[in-house]
Design a protein around this ligand. Structure first.
Ligand SMILES: Nc1nc2c(ncn2[C@@H]2O[C@H](COP(=O)(O)OP(=O)(O)OP(=O)(O)O)[C@@H](O)[C@H]2O)c(=O)[nH]1
Length: 553
């Protein structure tokens, strides 16, 4: 309605527009009225016109644990009070979530940080858990580890659906609490997370202890004593002293434990030896390839874990009391009520784990269309499926793999990936390089698309049999044995004049694979091609293109 009003002779909208823009920009014809106005090009180019980001390096850091609280609950009748500082909350994890709604890594940040846990509070209240950083990655993401812990797979079902005593199944998709986490292996199978090591004391010694509440009366440690001498009284609020005391407290504890076990020296030797071995390993292989894969939507992978929260003085006091030798046969309750030793400090939260990762996308499709630029791969994908890839009469129109669904009358369906054009020397980074070939590493069937008309009428193109030889060589350069899978040849542009003769010559020069003459533009020969692809898919035919079976001048 509004545009009719604008064009109505009595409408003053047209008049206003005339005033706003110079006369040469405003015409009375309805077709050019709006199109002549200067239009600003949007920032976001269509997906097809953007280059794909299928490899990215990310740095993930789990959230720091919240500090434990040091607090005493004092009352009118209780001058000294009882400890009531709660533990700090656990830091958040960095999680990669597999999603079918994401195509590549272009929306991924390089630094992924999860949130810190909340600090513990008085009245024995635990700090809140830091929120996780969940980022979505496309289906087919492969994770390589440069630095850090091996990521672990998290299962993703609401625990409400489980029986209270049921342990979430490893193969299922149950959201397991963290102690049920499993490690994922290169093959995607799960392993029990048996050697997940708790963060050690050294992890938090270097961190400044930020304690909220009043410090306990410190024992006569060397620093505390010197402070006492200077001020004439035991310092009650010195953070540094608390930290020193906390350090000594834990060092003593760990020494005692080691002495008890009588293996202190052996442990040191073992550690040195292990360290040496680890260094050697690091030197040998810096990147651990394919430590995990995300192949199904909603799969989740923890790449960096949040640090544990620090302990409040309630927890530490209980711990120290339970650890005391119980000679008098007193009960646990009596031991807890006994508040002779109320000087247990609180501890600061552990830092979260860090990981440096390389994410790589390997699209998953049943059939991969491989061909030189301008061979007609995108046109063919559009003819076979409902995909709408960009088609252009110039080379390298396709900048990212396009995936389409090939449907059959009996509801069978398969996915087809159109890979950007390859040229001779792609392995030396000519053209778009051969990085896109990683997308066909997972395809089950290969369809080589050749342009029958490329070398016709003294055009400068390459003859179809030479195109095939170059394609096979490029696949092999990318990965040995990549061409070793069921294959067929699509002889495209059969509608061009003289293409029939080239097709006949192609058949005589290339042996061992079925060749389908097709006109992708007119969708001729496409049904036969679909039948051929299905035969290769279900295994009723198995033929591959061998370099020895291609006759080139
Ligand atoms: N005559 C004829 N032209 C075709 C046929 N199929 C495709 N074309 C034309 O060939 C040109 C290239 O087609 P695309 O589908 O973009 O080729 P591509 O292999 O995807 O090219 P890249 O994106 O460079 O890899 C376009 O101008 C198409 O119209 C066909 O069967 N017959």
């Amino acid at each position: 309605m509004w545009f009719r009003r604008a064009l109505h002779p009595h409408s003053n909208l047209l008049e206003k527009t005339r005033c706003k823009y110079p006369p040469w920009m405003v015409t009375s014809s309805s077709s050019s009225f709006y199109s002549d106005l200067p239009t600003k090009k949007g920032k976001a180019a269509p997906l097809q016109e953007r280059r794909m980001r299928d490899r990215v390096r990310i740095w993930a850091k789990g959230g720091e644990g919240g500090n434990g609280c040091w607090s005493y609950r004092r009352g009118r009748n209780d001058r000294y009070g009882k400890p009531d500082g709660g533990n700090g909350g656990r830091g958040g994890d960095v999680i990669l979530e597999c999603s079918a709604a994401v195509w590549d890594f272009s929306s991924l940040q390089h630094h992924l940080n999860a949130k810190k846990g909340g600090h513990g509070v008085s009245k024995n209240m635990i700090g809140s858990r830091g929120s996780d950083k969940v980022v979505q990655v496309p289906v087919g993401t492969v994770v390589h580890l440069v630095n850090g812990d091996v990521p672990s797979l998290v299962q993703n079902i609401s625990t409400k659906s489980l029986h209270p005593w049921e342990i979430p199944d490893a193969d299922g998709v149950a959201e397991a609490p963290h102690h049920y986490d499993n490690r994922v292996t290169a093959s995607g199978s799960l392993e029990e997370d048996s050697d997940y090591s708790a963060p050690c004391f050294n992890d938090f010694v270097g961190k400044s202890a930020r304690l909220h509440h009043k410090a306990p009366k410190l024992p006569a440690s060397s620093e505390a004593e010197s402070e006492t001498c200077r001020n004439g009284h035991i310092p009650r609020y010195g953070t540094d002293n608390r930290r020193v005391y906390a350090k000594e407290y834990y060092e003593d504890k760990y020494e005692m434990e080691a002495e008890e076990e009588g293996e202190g020296e052996e442990n040191e030797e073992d550690e040195e030896w292990e360290e040496g071995e680890e260094e050697e390993e690091e030197e040998e292989e810096e990147i651990q390839y394919s430590v995990a894969e995300l192949t199904k939507p909603r799969q989740r992978l923890i790449v960096a874990r949040g640090g544990e929260g620090g302990q409040g003085n309630v927890a530490l006091r209980k711990e120290s009391k339970y650890n005391k030798p119980n000679n008098g046969g007193s009960t646990d309750r009596e031991m807890l009520d006994d508040d002779d030793d109320d000087s247990a400090p609180s501890t600061s939260g552990m830092p979260g784990s860090e990981a440096l990762l390389i994410l790589e996308l390997k699209s998953i499709a049943d059939v991969g269309l491989v061909g030189m630029p301008n061979a007609g791969k995108s046109t063919l994908l559009g003819a076979m499926s409902k995909a709408k890839p960009t088609v252009g009469h110039y080379a390298f129109t396709t900048l990212r793999p396009n995936i389409g669904n090939l449907n059959y009358d009996d509801y069978f369906s398969m996915t087809v990936a159109d890979i950007p054009g390859l040229i001779k020397g792609a392995h030396e980074n000519r053209g778009l390089g051969h990085a896109f070939l990683r997308h066909i590493e997972r395809t089950r069937v290969l369809a080589y698309v050749v342009d029958l008309a490329a070398a016709l009428d003294h055009r400068k193109g390459i003859a179809p049999w030479e195109q095939l030889r170059d394609l096979v060589l490029e696949l092999e350069y990318h990965q040995e044995g990549l061409s070793d899978r069921p294959s067929l040849v699509v002889a495209n542009k059969i509608d061009e004049e003289g293409a029939e003769g080239v097709y006949e010559e192609l058949k005589s020069r290339v042996q061992g694979v079925p060749i389908y003459p097709v006109c992708a533009v007119l969708e001729e020969g496409v049904p036969e091609l679909k039948v051929g692809l299905r035969r290769l898919m279900d295994g009723s035919e198995w033929q591959k293109l061998d370099i020895d079976n291609i006759m080139v001048d």
